[in-house]
Design a binder for this molecule. Sequence first.
Ligand SMILES: [Mg+2]
Length: 275
Amino acid sequence: MPRTPSHKIPNLANLAERGLADTGNPLARGAGFRVVAMTRELGLERDTVLPRPARHIVWDWNGTLLADNDAVLAAVNKVCAGFERPAVTLAEWRAIYGRPIIHSYERLLDMPIDDAAWARVDAYYHDHYRELLPDCGLAEGALDALRQWRAAGGTQSLLSMWFHDELTPLVADFGLAELFGRVDGLQREVGGDSKVEHMRSHLRAQRLDPAEVVLVGDVVDDAYAAEQAGASCVLVSTGMAPRDELARTGAPVADSLADAINHLLPETGVQSLPH
Ligand SMILES: [Mg+2]
């Protein structure tokens, strides 16, 4: 570990003390885990974290900005029907869901998924999801949250595990394209892996300092991808993961996009809107 100049330590210690005073806000707690890691490296381990300024939001799409839970569940149940398995409820699928998603289907179908089975799962799921996609709307408060962040001086981009060629026209149809500095969907033909590498390349492409980035997403893998990329994360409980599972990541959990943005703004490096 590189030796840290001793004069820097009191500054971090002071920040940690301020962090102790700031921990009433759970979003601030979650936004500061990287600073905790720094203080631990310096031998100043504390049970506190610090807010750090966020200037850029990386938004997740499915389950976060797009309200597609019903379409996802119907598509999952199309897979169940295709494999002659009973249908599941949203709560049951939420309990099973995780990334890499192939393991979720192994649990759902109670069988190993080889390449041939995976191709069938993929076809059942995506064919039906695409049929239902035109009925999906934006999540409640999505447009307001995006506009509020931009009006407050923040930048934002969209990072999705949905296929890029289908994502970009969809985003344009919702009138959102001009709100994002960059839109990245999946460039491969088969998805379902972790978002980690996708997140890293998304930040690199924009020359963003991860320390100034917050990813807003709806599943545990969003928190993992943010952490691995050196960014913060705020999770919303409106998507495809149970709230308690999200909370166990240590990332702050908001119950709506309005909550997420309202709590994020005052703790960030961008200026809050006048009330
Ligand atoms: Mg999502």
